[in-house]
Each structure stands twice: as structure tokens, then as C-alpha cells.
Design a protein around this ligand. Structure first.
Ligand SMILES: Cc1cc2nc3c(=O)[nH]c(=O)nc-3n(C[C@H](O)[C@H](O)[C@H](O)COP(=O)(O)OP(=O)(O)OC[C@H]3O[C@@H](n4cnc5c(N)ncnc54)[C@H](O)[C@@H]3O)c2cc1C
Length: 382
């Protein structure tokens, strides 16, 4: 039976970057459950893939900082940009800091498809388990066994199962004695408790807010959604939310005292879409009358719009989450090579590790950086 040098499980962001970095592509194989490579890359960033950010620091991640620091320093946004530019990628920058493909994610995917030429592909093949046979690994798949010297687990997280996500990476890790921290959906919308469900009738409306979750503060767009709350500011908050309260200022940079003497009604005064003001005043039992005629109790209620505190009921779940929070415990993985500290020649990359980034290109940056560093370490050892 043929023995491969590297069996890469998962043809997503980290698996593709790992394969692209190999000098010798022969005797390496990507095993991918989907019938195509990079399904998440393709639909990410609204179809244009937000692959990195102008500013990347360890504090943009929920992770053990000392584990990710050196990798993100060496394989940073400048490294990624120049690697992609050298291969002809054109990009655009959104919100002053988020890097997207110029037109479509196909542009970055095409680069990977070119760069991995020579690596054997086994598509539409689900990996079921891995075991050790002497010095080698036997990868049991839906299309038979594959034997290899090294296994690179690049299987991602649990989010978006319809794009091929599975728990196999965590199961492999556990079967070799690794620990996995609790897995939760992140970069995801919040569902609401009955008392806040009036938000749902604003479905489709976006407002600019400042939001506090624990010690973190985010400012950005909030989208009232059919199922609850969504939009960039909510997705970022979901990364740091652990069952508890969230505070939202729906009127950032606006001083309510400045309208106290006005004879205009609230819906004509507050810098919010009229529909939003009307729903708020109704839900908070405030009359939409001239501001100067509001009662003391109504002013007190109105103050709540600047520090609306609520406890989400939960999240929209893995089917809608962009990423999985939690994963393989990084202390059990060598930070220079990404090799398991428990089993030689078993490697873990990308999202399957307990490293999760904010919205804005941080998760692809991590997937690409961990893969490139691992490939370099392996080539160095070989
Ligand atoms: C809708 C959406 C939009 C996103 N947008 C962005 C964005 O713009 N910017 C950003 O930084 N991040 C974004 N992300 C997150 C980003 O896609 C992931 O963090 C990143 O792809 C992780 O890379 P990975 O290589 O670890 O895993 P993945 O890219 O998920 O790759 C894992 C691969 O393993 C395969 N696989 C799983 N189980 C098996 C099995 N049993 N057998 C064989 N193959 C298997 C999967 O099919 C998949 O192809 C988005 C995610 C989603 C869901």
C-alpha cells in the first residue's frame, strides 16, 4: 500500500495553505468531505472573502495569548498580503481595515488551486477515524483506508454543517488523548427573552450602537433580525458572551439633556429611524409627545435607551455561526510546529484549535498563519 508523506484532512483554509507551502507536493494528499475545495472561503465575506485585517494583535482573539503571539508575529497580515500579491491577488479594503478579494472569493481560491498542484486530491471522502499502525497512521475514510507518515488535522469547527463541518477533528484529538474545551457557536446572532421580543418587529432595520459585554466594548452596526439580534457588533459580542447581561447604547454620542426643553416629539428628535423610536417608546411606556412635556418617570425610562441591559436567551446556533468557540487545548500542541505533544507526527491547524478571532478577517489569518508555520517546521525537520 502507498504510504503518503502528509495526509491533510480538510481542504479548507488551513489545509489549502499547508499544501500550498509544501516544496515537494508529491506523496501528499488532501482528503476532503465535500465535492469541492474551500467551501467556506467561497461564501465568506459575502462572497468576497475577508481574508485579513490591517491591524492584527493577539487581543483580537479568544485564545491563550502566548500560544498565538509568535505565529501571528511571523505570519502576519503583511506576510499574507505579499504572499497573495506575488500570486496576483487584487484586493479592496473595507471600513478602512478589512481586506477582501477585489471581486470574488474565487480569486483567492484559484490561487490555492494553482499552488497545490501536485498534491493528490481525494474529494467527496469523509474521514471517519485515525489509528496508528507501527510508525504510520491509518486514516479510515468513506472510500477506504489511507496510510501516511504524518497526519495534518485541518478540519475546522462545527459551524455551518451544510458546508461540510463535522466534529471529526475533535474526535481524532480525543482518541489520541487530547483535551477539548467546551464548543460553542460564536460570531453569531442572539435570540431574545420574551421581555425583549419587541425587537423582532423591527426586523430588517440597522442602527449604529455601542455595546458592552464584560469588559469589552464594541461599536458598530446592529441588525434587528427575525430571530433576534444580529449584525457585526452583535457577532463580535457573541465571542465574549458567557450567559449574562449585555448593555447597548442605542444613542451613542447623543446627550438626552440637549432635547429636554424641546417642543418636538421624540420620534422627531432622536437620531434613530422613526420606526425604531416608536417601538422603543411604546415598549418603555413613554408617550411620543413634545420632549418638554414628558414626566420624570418617562425621562427615567428614556435613559434606558442609552444603557439598554438585557440577557440574550441564547444564540442562533451552529447552523448560523461563523465560527466555533473552544477547541483542542493549545497547551497540548507545540506552538512552533503545531505538532501534538502527545503523538509524534500528528498536527492540528486552524479553527479546530482553541483559538477564535473577531469578525474582520482574523479567523482566516489564523488558519493561514498556523498552516504556514506548521509547513515550515515540517520542511525544516524533513
Ligand atoms: C458563513 C461564513 C463566513 C465567514 N466569513 C469569514 C470571513 O470573511 N473572514 C474570516 O476570517 N473568517 C470567516 N469565516 C470563518 C472561516 O471560514 C473559518 O474560521 C476558516 O475557514 C477556518 O479554517 P479551517 O481550515 O480551520 O477550517 P475550514 O475552512 O472550515 O476547513 C475545514 C475543512 O474540513 C472538511 N471536513 C470536515 N470534516 C471532515 C471529514 N470528516 N472528512 C473530510 N473532510 C472534512 C470541511 O468540509 C472543510 O472543507 C466565515 C465562516 C462562515 C461559516
Amino acid at each position: 500500500m502507498k504510504v503518503y508523506e502528509n495526509i491533510i484532512i480538510g481542504g479548507g483554509a488551513s489545509g489549502l495553505m499547508f499544501a500550498a507551502q509544501l516544496r515537494k507536493k508529491k506523496r501528499s494528499m488532501i482528503v476532503e468531505g465535500n465535492s469541492k475545495l474551500g467551501a467556506k472561503i467561497e461564501i465568506s465575506g459575502g462572497g468576497a472573502c475577508n481574508f485579513t485585517n490591517k491591524k492584527i494583535t493577539p487581543s483580537d482573539y479568544l485564545a491563550e495569548k502566548s500560544f498565538i503571539k509568535e505565529t501571528l508575529k511571523e505570519y502576519n497580515n503583511r506576510w499574507l498580503l505579499s504572499w497573495l500579491e506575488e500570486r496576483g491577488l487584487e484586493y479592496r479594503i473595507k471600513n478602512g481595515r478589512e481586506y477582501f478579494c477585489k471581486k470574488s472569493s474565487k480569486e483567492i481560491l484559484d490561487i490555492f488551486k494553482r499552488e497545490i498542484r501536485g498534491v493528490e486530491l481525494r474529494l467527496s471522502t469523509r474521514v471517519e477515524s485515525i489509528s496508528k499502525r507501527d510508525e504510520n497512521f491509518v486514516v479510515k475514510s468513506s472510500r477506504g483506508d489511507i496510510v501516511g507518515k504524518r497526519v495534518i488535522v485541518a478540519t475546522g469547527g462545527l459551524s455551518f454543517p451544510k458546508l461540510g463541518a463535522s466534529a471529526i477533528g475533535y474526535e481524532i484529538a480525543k482518541s489520541f488523548g487530547h483535551s477539548v474545551t467546551p464548543l460553542q457557536p460564536a460570531l453569531v446572532g442572539f435570540t431574545l427573552q420574551p421581555q425583549d421580543s419587541f425587537f423582532k418587529s423591527l426586523s430588517g432595520v440597522s442602527v449604529h450602537v455601542v455595546l458592552k459585554v464584560g469588559k469589552r466594548e464594541f461599536s458598530g452596526s446592529l441588525l434587528f433580525a427575525h430571530k433576534g439580534l444580529s449584525g457585526p457588533v452583535i457577532l463580535n459580542a457573541s465571542l465574549f458572551w458567557q450567559k449574562g447581561y449585555i448593555e447597548i447604547d442605542f444613542l451613542p454620542n447623543f446627550d438626552l439633556n440637549s432635547i429636554k426643553k424641546s417642543s418636538k416629539s421624540l420620534s422627531n428628535l432622536l437620531p434613530l429611524p422613526k420606526r425604531v423610536t416608536k417601538h422603543f417608546v411604546e415598549a418603555l411606556s413613554i408617550r411620543d409627545v413634545a420632549a418638554k412635556n414628558l414626566r420624570k418617570a418617562e425621562w427615567e425610562q428614556l435613559e434606558r435607551i442609552k444603557s439598554y441591559t438585557f440577557a440574550p436567551a441564547g444564540t442562533f446556533g451552529f447552523s448560523k455561526a461563523e465560527v466555533t468557540k473552544g477547541g483542542i487545548v493549545v497547551e497540548e500542541v507545540d506552538q512552533n510546529s503545531f505538532m501534538s505533544k502527545r503523538v509524534d507526527n500528528l498536527f492540528f491547524l486552524g479553527e479546530v484549535l482553541d483559538v477564535t478571532g473577531r469578525l474582520g478577517g482574523y479567523n482566516f489569518q489564523w488558519a493561514f498563519a498556523s498552516a504556514a508555520k506548521c509547513a515550515k517546521a515540517i520542511e525544516h525537520r524533513a
